[in-house]
Write a protein that binds this ligand. Structure first.
Ligand code: TRP
Length: 490
């Protein structure tokens, strides 16, 4: 039998605000502020946003609710949850895959989080001032290909993550997300106001909100689906784990709706903070990694008070990333405590060390370990690819299949209605989605993910982040916005 240790007073979130802050904290991250703007930028701006919104409503929210149902019904980590709800059946493999995915996601995600610390430091020490695009590119490259600083920042970020998780749900995760999330909103609002009031900002606003429906094609739809998964933290059991700490009286459908809304609003506001600034200063919205670490610092220094805004922006990124990394580490820690009988302290220490080993290897894949490649991808890129494009879709697929076809309508209704306390008139629609719509749509993302290897697509070989800047610009932006090309980017 799984889970002995959690019989004694399982830790939980104290109430609705804590549930929302922690779970929205997981969802809101680098995916919103860094990935969304550039994926939207590459896929038609407003057209992408239109499709993305439909997908969040029709697929994202139902999948999120399914994870909550599994977690809160079982009161366990993803592996233990499937063991409890489906004893002696192979469903636990999905949970196990989630735990493995947690290691992999943490390794590369914390690496990028470490870059944000470097840029906080560089902003604060004034080193971003007076540099042209080439110098900023060099700076990013030199940092990334160094062996000491990226490792150091990784370790510092991983330690913060570990320290918060070690303190538990209420005294750790809840305590920090309660003030970090409001702080994130304040910073985001300040940046957004600054950006949209710049002269020339309207081009950026137009780009984000004007849907050109002729740009919608199967690629745009599938990119939007993939972005929705990553951004909402669904598909690998992070939300099963958080759901297991939800109070029994939480209205999980309304929580899912509110969290999805928050996640989407942050992505849009991040777009509103970034695109107008990019357009006002003649940058390019599809610059990938370079957009945040190269293009934006270039923009900040042309702005009055740029040092402050640059510092604020990288603090924002670090905070958003931290509330996400703790949610991923919690998956491993819950598994270690509940399945291997470790204390929380020991579980967190062990998980942090194990992740750090993989993380350091990942960080060094931009320098000394760069020769380790498969399919022309280094370790960092392999981890990003195999989690986001393979494991999340597989996990999400089986999660909805589990709810739709195995756990069934009766038990799901009982959980979502809090044993009959709440009205659940959406059930027929919800069941139809988890049985048919979501599995089919997810299967499509997955097949598209494999099409990643298709050499005719521009993503083919993404080795050097600066190459991405160039290729993205040539392939999509010239087509989308020929007049916004920036000479300094070449
Ligand atoms: N959603 C977060 C972001 O947008 C990242 C993240 C946290 C995540 N937990 C996850 C992604 C679980 C996939 C699965 O940055």
């Amino acid at each position: 039998m799984a889970g002995i240790s959690n019989k004694i007073d399982r830790d939980s979130f104290s109430g609705k605000f804590a549930v929302i802050a922690a779970t929205a904290g997981s969802a809101v991250g680098l995916g919103n502020i860094w990935r969304f703007p550039y994926v939207a930028g590459e896929n038609g701006g407003g057209a992408f946003l239109f499709v993305y919104l439909i997908i969040i409503l029709a697929i994202g929210i139902p999948v999120m609710m399914s994870e909550f149902v599994i977690g809160r019904a079982a009161q366990k980590n993803p592996y233990g949850a499937f063991k409890t709800l489906a004893p002696k059946k192979p469903w636990f493999l999905i949970g196990l895959m989630g735990v493995v995915a947690a290691f992999m996601i943490l390794a590369f995600y914390t690496a990028v989080s470490g870059w944000t610390l470097e840029y906080i430091y560089q902003s604060a020490s004034g080193n971003l001032i007076g540099k042209n695009h080439e110098q900023l590119t060099n700076m990013f490259d030199t940092f990334l290909t160094g062996s000491v600083r990226p490792v150091l920042w990784f370790m510092i970020f991983m330690s913060f993550t570990g320290l918060i998780v070690m303190s538990g749900i209420r005294d750790g995760i809840e305590k920090y997300t309660r003030f970090l999330m409001p702080m994130l909103f304040v910073i985001l609002a300040v940046l957004c106001i600054r950006s949209v009031t710049l002269p020339g900002a309207s081009k950026g606003i137009y780009f984000l909100f004007h849907p050109d429906f002729s740009k919608i094609n199967s690629k745009v739809i599938l990119e939007a689906l993939g972005q929705a998964f990553f951004s909402m933290s669904i598909g690998m059991g992070t939300l099963i784990t958080y759901g297991s700490y939800f109070p029994k009286n939480d209205n999980m459908a309304s929580s899912a709706g509110f969290i999805a809304l928050t996640d989407t609003l942050v992505a849009i506001i991040a777009g509103l903070a970034i695109f107008p600034a990019v357009f006002a200063f003649g940058g390019s919205p599809g610059s990938g990694e370079g957009l945040v670490f190269i293009t934006l610092p270039g923009i900040f220094q042309q702005m009055p008070g740029g040092v402050i805004f640059s510092l604020l922006f990288f603090v924002l990124l670090a905070v958003a990333a931290l509330t996400s990394t703790i949610s991923v580490l919690e998956v491993i820690v819950a598994y270690f405590t509940e399945e291997l009988g470790m204390t929380r302290k020991r579980a967190t220490g062990t998980a942090t060390i194990l992740v750090s080993v993989l993380g350091v290897v990942t960080v060094l894949s931009w320098s000394s370990l760069g020769f380790l490649k498969l399919f022309n991808k280094n370790i960092f890129e392999l981890l990003e690819f195999s989690t986001a494009n393979v494991m999340l879709p597989i996990g999400g697929f089986f999660i909805v299949i589990f709810i739709g076809w195995f756990f069934g309508k009766k038990r799901t209704t009982a959980e979502l209605s809090n044993e009959g306390e709440l009205k659940v008139r959406y059930m027929p629609l919800y069941m139809f989605i988890v049985r048919f719509v979501a599995p089919v749509a997810i299967a499509m993302v997955f097949l598209y993910g494999l099409g990643f290897f298709n050499p005719s697509e521009k993503q083919a070989a993404k080795t050097d982040p600066t190459e991405v800047v160039d290729s993205v610009q040539e392939n999509s932006l010239q087509a989308v916005l020929p007049e916004i090309q920036d000479d300094s980017l070449k």
